[in-house]
Design a protein around this ligand. Structure first.
Ligand SMILES: *Cc1c(COP(=O)(O)O)cnc(C)c1O
Length: 392
């Protein structure tokens, strides 16, 4: 006893009962592969949201080892946590609320993606309040169609004029200009790129000389070569998943791009019972057995990120055989009907992982739940142990 992996009295000798296995060798492979495929000078590996649920620190380290040039995060706090873990690579943070702590960001040596002149002024003021601080390195995010953050086109002339004045005064260095596209269609993305280039021209006319221009996240980096510019910001693809929906783009799977899924989600089967025909399964009895059969209990539920909307559909592999969830997915657990197959307490249930290793694809779960692969991996809950393998 004394194990923290105790579920209903079942212990798994040292193996976490609920586990997301993170394959760092696959991660490094994907980073190298994406360098090859995109051919860009600079790879910005996006590790926001705890590296899409994979664990920001080990993923950031592995990405740098494999040649990533820079890390991208949304929040300043995410960048500061990476610095606290000893990561010294350049880190760009680009989404800031009105209370964002630019002083702490600059003290941690973060680069800041800014969306307004007000933010620029706050960064300059924060730097002035720091003893012997380095000149802040900033990039500007331009709004080119998504209607999210980024400086609006009408504000570009004043913003870039102010930035050029600040740069001449030695108060900031404007290192890059970037935007983000909607992936609605090639035509929509091209229109966003044209708008972006109008912004770049205005910035240059104001006297700015940005080192890097970047527009593409995974989808545009893989699907729109013309939008790669100097750098690409890659999130989902480095985790070995395709940003394209399987229905819309059956030929643009992760394996077609030579990418390997990094996360495998598994659990140790916690109970097995033989039941009679007509047995109800889980809340609401939305599943009833129609023959004598064996039911296996998988200790993962919606609190662990397994979507309840995939009840009665999500795929599970046990001992190399494929089954479906039967009945409702509950907070902590769900049930699989394995028929007359031999399944024992302690066997592995694999929800998703690398299809080359026989695991269901995370996209099958996404389809079962009516969502996308991004949402599934980022919502794995805190009870699920992250175990890394392939550390170099
Ligand atoms: C999250 C994010 C990315 C990465 O997107 P993927 O589709 O996961 O590659 C890139 N750029 C910005 C601005 C983002 O917010």
């Amino acid at each position: 006893m004394g194990s923290t992996n105790d579920v209903d009295g079942v212990e798994s000798a040292g193996r976490p009962t609920r586990e997301a296995i993170i394959d760092l060798e696959a991660l490094r492979h994907n980073v190298r592969r994406l360098r090859e495929v995109t051919g860009v000078a600079e790879l910005i590996v996006v590790v926001k949201a705890d590296a899409y649920g994979h664990g920001a620190v080990p993923i950031a380290r592995a990405a740098i080892e494999a040649g990533a040039d820079r890390l991208g995060v949304a929040d300043i706090s995410e960048g500061i946590a990476l610095r606290a873990a000893g990561i010294t690579a350049p880190i760009l943070a680009w989404l800031h609320g009105p209370d964002a702590d630019f002083g702490s960001a600059l003290s941690a040596g973060l680069e800041l993606g800014l969306s307004s002149e007000a933010q620029l002024e706050r960064v300059v003021a924060a730097a002035a309040g720091l003893e012997g601080a380095a000149i802040p390195v900033v990039q500007f995010k331009l709004e080119t169609g998504l209607s999210r953050n980024g400086a609006a086109e009408a504000d570009w002339p004043a913003l870039f004029a102010a930035a050029a004045r600040a740069e001449r005064a030695g108060l900031v260095r404007v290192d890059g200009l970037f935007s983000h596209v909607s992936n609605t269609s090639s035509a929509d993305d091209a229109e966003a790129a044209a708008r972006f280039e109008r912004g770049v021209a205005i910035a240059e006319a104001a006297g700015l000389t940005p080192r890097a221009l970047h527009l593409a996240a995974s989808a545009a980096a893989l699907g729109e070569p013309a939008l790669r510019y100097d750098a690409v910001r890659l999130g989902l693809a480095v985790y070995g998943l395709s940003p394209f929906e399987p229905d819309a783009a059956p030929d643009r799977t992760a394996s077609a791009f030579g990418l390997r899924p990094v996360m495998t989600l598994r659990a140790t089967i916690a109970a097995v019972r033989r039941v009679e025909p007509g047995a109800g399964v889980s809340y609401d009895y939305s599943y009833r057995t129609d023959a004598p059969t064996t039911l296996a209990l998988v200790p993962l539920g919606y609190a662990d990120g397994v979507p309840r909307s995939a009840s009665n559909t999500g795929p599970v592999v046990i001992n190399g055989r494929r089954y479906r969830v039967c009945g409702r997915i509950a907070m902590d657990q769900f049930v699989v009907d394995v028929g007359d197959d031999e399944v024992a307490v302690g066997d592995d249930a694999i929800l998703f992982g690398d299809p080359a290793a026989g695991a269901p694809r995370v996209e099958e779960w996404a389809e079962a739940a009516g969502t996308i692969n991004y949402e599934l991996v980022t919502r794995i809950g805190p009870r699920v142990a992250r175990t890394t393998k392939g550390a170099s």
